[in-house]
Ligand binder design. Structure first.
Ligand code: ADP
Ligand code: MG
Length: 171
């Protein structure tokens, strides 16, 4: 089921839904979609809502940004955020990043991976895939966010997001 956001305000509502329902164990989120689709925009909104105060930039050149200052909304403890962008990852780079991808799939942290397609077999099995897209013929601000859980761990979270998105009129 695709969630439709007609503008950045709608995407902020979606980010709020995501942040509100984030499990106590955090999440590992892999984002797919073309350049300019809205992967970083969504990440930025989520991180800000969770309490990150510093400027959130796209990690496309550095591959990984780390943010402090976010709180887990369930238990109000510190929750580190890791924001990857694998677009410029070279083959040998995957070797080095693979440790970090494994490390940051542990419970209690929030990890977002843009261009997860380039992560090859190194993503954890249990994760939430989000595909972001837009209509190529339409030059407007409409974006589609499709949430697909991989593994049962993320089914409940996805269900809650979809239910709230329906309630907010985003589906
Ligand atoms: P990506 O990380 O997928 O390459 P970005 O998030 O950096 O893409 O860029 C998305 C661009 O689209 C931003 O300039 C953002 O402001 C704009 N935009 C317009 N409408 C929306 C929307 N509904 N949701 C998210 N971003 C939107
Ligand atoms: Mg991006």
């Amino acid at each position: 089921m695709k969630i439709k956001t007609k503008n950045i305000k709608d995407t902020e509502i979606l980010a709020k839904i995501f942040a509100e329902h984030l499990p106590e164990t955090g999440a590992f989120v892999s984002l797919f979609g073309d350049i300019g689709a809205g992967k970083t925009a969504f990440a930025r909104l989520v991180f800000t809502l969770l309490g990150v105060k510093e400027k959130i930039t796209s990690p496309s050149f550095v591959i990984l940004n780390e943010y402090k200052g976010a709180k887990n909304p369930v238990n109000d403890t510190d929750m580190p955020i890791y924001h990857f962008d694998l677009y410029r990852l070279e083959n040998e780079g995957l070797e080095t990043i693979k440790e970090e991808l494994r490390e940051y799939s542990k419970p209690g942290v929030l990890t977002f991976v843009e261009w997860a397609d380039f992560g090859a077999g190194e993503l954890p099995y249990n994760r939430l895939n989000i595909s972001v897209s837009y209509d190529e013929e339409e030059f407007n601000d409409t974006r589609y966010y499709e949430f697909s859980p991989v593994g049962i761990e993320y089914e409940e979270f996805t269900k809650k997001i979809l239910n709230s998105a329906v309630a907010e009129g985003l589906i």
